[in-house]
Design a protein. Sequence first.
Length: 148
Amino acid sequence: MHIGIAVDGSEHALQALRTSIELARKVAAPVELCLIHVSFDSLASPVAREIDRHQVAEYLDQLAQADLQAAIELVAASGIAFRVIKAHGEVVPTLLSTIANEHLDLIVVGSKGRGGLADLLIGSVANRLTQLSPVPVVVVPKSTTRGA
């Protein structure tokens, strides 16, 4: 089973990853987690016209690595097989193409990420994925503490 987890460096994404690790431990079949980070390449806009594309890509990769670091440490400590995908583009379309290209069976997202104002304008990533994803979407609330 291949489970994708959208990771953006937020606590919500880490909670989604914790839930995915819990789920992976309960599944009888082998599981591979796929940490997916999508950099919205707004830097490729007019602001970056005079900047070398290679420098922009390097910068986005550094930001992605910083966002992924805690997630990588968490899943590595779990002992569950995983891989990391760093992508660029609009978040939902990029996640949808990753689902297809990587043959994911399930996608897990936090109920809230770093969207802020963008969520108000275009709807949250979680909401749009539940409408468009070809595979089941698990939306993990901020706190999944049992008994609380």
